[in-house]
Design a protein around this ligand. Structure first.
Ligand code: ATP
Length: 320
């Protein structure tokens, strides 16, 4: 942890966008220039672009606007925990459901082991995106947890629309898309059953200002900066808006379930009336996507009619 605190202090200093010499950084932290250089390497391994100019020192390639726990906490009633460096925000909440209040939020600047569905890796460079999870105790139990990731996706897109950001769509069951590219992923996970209530953790990773050099993502992706049309994204304000939207959506979901929800989803469905492929293990079927049904299944029109598909093993992709 001590090692992280040195890197975080360095990042705070560098976040003003100016050059800082190895010498002055060393003096500030009471260490040698060589030690500073090693910590800078560690920062680069977190995905931050830091470069060094002979005679001038270190500078960040792009400005860094760090998350501010107190600022966010002052604007929401949910307990908020910011852990700059974490394995996975979902895992942290899952590990601590016994002691947490329902509605608790965990935010991070960097995830060492960010994950998507079925354990796939979620690329999570420091300070470039939003990594955010909420713990929710659903008293109605596990059966009511079905469809929740659909509800969460709609709530987040509608929150963006309220901010005047248009064009973000949904891909069944749990991704946000912009111009046919993945902008964010939602992952709902359950902690072990204790009694009747379901302990849910709802996580979201949304790309905000991630740079193109993140080429190790094996499918087309996008960042919110492209939706906004500029590189400055107020990450703290977005975090507040998403916490509020999610909290409200979960409360509504407990009261009304999926009622009246199909139309809201279908309006935002990225692939509605388009040719898609559904991949299920080694099997693949193609058809025209017709939105979702009242159970949260995706509807596919094929030669023999429209069928509903549901289940965690299905991946939807654009058809040829
Ligand atoms: P599905 O359609 O089954 O949800 P998916 O391939 O989109 O499939 P997820 O589990 O939702 O899978 O997300 C993990 C995948 O997302 C990774 O395998 C990678 O392709 C992609 N990915 C990883 N990090 C990012 C990121 N920061 N932005 C966009 N896409 C990412």
């Amino acid at each position: 942890m001590k090692e992280h605190s040195v890197k975080l202090t360095l990042l705070k200093t560098l976040s003003d966008g100016a050059f800082h010499s190895g010498e002055s950084l060393g003096a500030q932290l009471g260490m040698t220039r060589a030690a500073i250089s090693k910590h800078i390497q560690g920062i680069q391994e977190w995905g931050v672009d830091v470069f060094r100019v002979q005679g001038k020192g270190y500078q960040l390639a792009q400005p860094l606007h760090m998350l501010d726990e107190a600022l966010i906490q002052a604007q929401v009633s949910n307990p908020v925990e910011l852990h700059p460096i974490i394995g996975s925000t979902n895992q942290y909440l899952l590990d601590n459901v016994d002691t947490l209040t329902s509605g608790t939020v965990c935010l991070a600047e960097y995830q060492a082991n960010g994950r998507g569905r079925r354990g796939r890796h979620w690329v999570s460079p420091f300070g470039a995106n939003l990594y955010f999870s909420m713990y929710w105790r659903l008293d109605a139990g596990i059966a009511a947890a079905m469809g929740l990731s659909l509800v969460v996706g709609v709530a987040i897109v509608e929150a963006l629309e309220k901010m005047g950001l248009e064009g973000v769509k949904l891909k069944w069951p749990n991704d946000l898309y912009y111009q046919d590219r993945k902008l964010a992923g939602i992952l709902v996970e359950l902690s072990g059953q204790a009694g009747a209530a379901a302990h849910l953790v709802i996580g979201m990773g949304m790309n905000l200002i991630m740079q193109d050099r993140e080429s190790n993502i094996d499918q087309p992706w996008s960042s919110l900066s492209q939706v906004i049309g500029q590189d400055h994204v107020d990450r703290n304000q977005l975090a507040v808006a998403f916490i509020q939207a999610l909290d409200q959506a979960l409360r509504d979901y407990e009261l009304y379930g999926m009622q009246d929800f199909v139309g809201r989803w279908n309006r935002l469905d990225n692939f509605i009336d388009r040719k898609v492929r559904l991949i299920m293990g080694d099997n693949e079927i193609t058809g025209i996507e017709r939105g979702i049904d009242a159970h949260g299944g995706v509807l596919l029109e094929m030669d023999d009619g429209i069928k509903s598909f549901i289940g965690g093993e299905i991946s939807l992709r654009k058809g040829e």
